[in-house]
Design a protein around this ligand. Sequence first.
Ligand code: LMR
Length: 332
Amino acid sequence: MKLRLALVLAASAVLAAAGVSAQQPIVIKFSHVVAVDTPKGKAAEHFKKLAEERTKGRVKVELFPNSSLFKDGEEMEAVQLGSVQMLAPSLAKFGPLGVREFEVFDLPYIFDDYKELHKVTEGPVGTGLLKKLESKGIVGLAYWDNGFKVMSANKAIRVPADYKGLKMRIQSSKVLGDEMKALGSIPQVMAFSEVYQALQTGVVDGTENPPSNFYTQKMQEVQKYLALTEHGYLGYAVIVNKKFWDGLPADVRTTLEGAMKDTTKYANDIAKKENDDAIEAVRKSGKTEILTLTPEQKAAMKKALVVVHKDNESRVGKETIQAVYKETGFTP
Ligand code: LMR
């Protein structure tokens, strides 16, 4: 009897240390900055469903979409401090954390399509990049796709000369800053939650994003032209606070890893269609003209932008860039 009591007490102490009790579920606060109706928003909901079902309620996932808890510039610190447990920041937002190698994903035209991208995200290069986060108190769990970016402004933008002098909102990536400068634009780093208003009030003239982000933030209300440039990729790394993750009961962690694996497949299966649908929705809104570039216009954009690769070798790391080239067959 005494032994049983001792075992129960010992087990409770272990669970309490991991923040688990018989009544209290383990709470994962998952914060992100986009709308629910986006590839990332939908994937986060899918993960919540799988995680809660498969752990039979031992885990509760609380979602905070649309910067409702933390916005860009705050959320990385929040996950490091444990104020939230999980995030899925875009790969362009890891520079300020000191992991500049992630900006390799921002290099213009480095991926022709999702297939090339997946060679990196699902191979050793992608795994190696996620490992670099551990020294920052973060575990990288997965890559989730969004898609290929388009450019928008209130003037028709087809060739590099059209971008001259435009103030363009970018994410906090030096590579993206150089990309805009290569077009003669003036880059302006800004939190995603502030972009709509900045476009509306003319604080910036234009921006870039995959169509799903453009449409779900209603940017068609404040941008007259959307050019289908597909000049670069935007996707996510799903990350968790390392102390929290390592402190989970092993069976719960394994179940969550399975839920994440299946969610990643779901996320990557829906991303392209979500973006194609968003282009059609923007077209149907009748508010923004969709510009399809001719092969010559596309070539002029590419010519102006690939210089960004060489210029960022020392920032992103030549080895990382070469490793990605090897996977994708990109030749500068
Ligand atoms: C942006 O800030 O433009 C996007 O990265 C937002 C997101 O998370 O997709």
